[in-house]
Design a protein around this ligand. Sequence first.
Ligand SMILES: *Cc1c(COP(=O)(O)O)cnc(C)c1O
Length: 425
Amino acid sequence: MTERLAIDGGQPVRAERLRAGFHGSSEIDASEVTAVTDVLKEKTLFRFIAEPRSRARWIEDWYCERLGRKYALAVSSGTSALISALMGVDAGPGDEVIIPAYTFVATAAAVIAAGAVPVLAEVDASLNLDPVDLERKITPYTVGVIPVHMRGVPARMDEILAVARRHKLWVVEDVAQSNGGSYRGKPLGTLGEVGCFSFQQYKVITSGEGGIVVTDDVLIHDRARMQHDAAARFWEESQSEPLYNFVISGENYRLSETAAALVWAQRERLGPILNQCRAVKARAVAGLAQVPGITLQDVPDPEGDCGITLTFFAPSAESAQRMAAALNAENIACGTVHDRTIPDRHIYNHWPFMMSGLAEDRRAPWKDPRYKGAVSGYSREQCPQSLDLLSRAIMIMIDQHFTLQDADLIVQAVDKVARHLLPQG
Ligand SMILES: *Cc1c(COP(=O)(O)O)cnc(C)c1O
């Protein structure tokens, strides 16, 4: 232990700060510009005017083909994808839907928008839904579960699907953060009944805002389609012969043609971005396996990991914070996930419409007279296992501009910091 830590005035491992930026949007160049200006020149901004050259249709066809699913529905956001999917599986008032304690706030908001009660389950060392706690949280009112593949890492789908099948629950995958990932050879978004993606700017490929819903089930697709377009029925070719004897009033979640054109242009980016991130992560993970005192995130299928984050656990919340501060001083940008000082929207205890007690009774499905279950509110400490893991987790974001040499520097920095700050042996 000769080298001094940068935080104590030593030389930082990397001369300049290594910090990930945006994935898809940082690649925007002439191809996105052309894709959008083509739409503008054609003056077809709305998909049903653009038909048969609708970009929304093109990206739906691309998703069907890439994922091997029968139906895809382009929508205005990942959140509207989730709401459409929930309408698709007919989740509603009186129902409970299980979601992980660690996910973007929109997963919970979508359940509430559908009128159902979100039930929080713990995450495990994969930082995704814990299948054991999932099974514990099932009640007679549970209708489905939304596993979320957080930060590029696939959830433990074999176990989650086994629990879901045993209890006859539907599975809606939230793939917003893991577009392009897979689990045991199957693309994420094709393991459950429905897969929901987002094209918001923080996601791997982007149109600023946007999303897509994929499924093999025509009924789910059709219900989602009605939800995403209040006028859905009017566009149908044969209005005199409706497919079903019901209609959902729906809300308008259609994707604009300019946004769809951006996704269309970005489709070429997905593979190269993920290839580079995966190569960097694989190299760093191999090196970190030798570092004493830390535990790597348990990635259920490393081959399907998008590689956009690298996460490991310190022995305690306190040591994690000290390590993160020291790593930042070594010019490796990182953070702990749960830190009581930062209101992270990805952790349940910061979702105000559930936590604060300020929820309007009429907007709180758990207070709806049609709901007969036991959830009467939420508390900040109700998922202690998740809070413990998230407070010990140190996360480094990875983008496609990182090199293999950067991966080596990450390992060097973590090793240096761990040797100084963690009990060894
Ligand atoms: C971003 C995100 C969403 C919502 O997507 P938007 O396009 O922002 O509405 C849902 N779930 C997760 C896990 C997300 O990261």
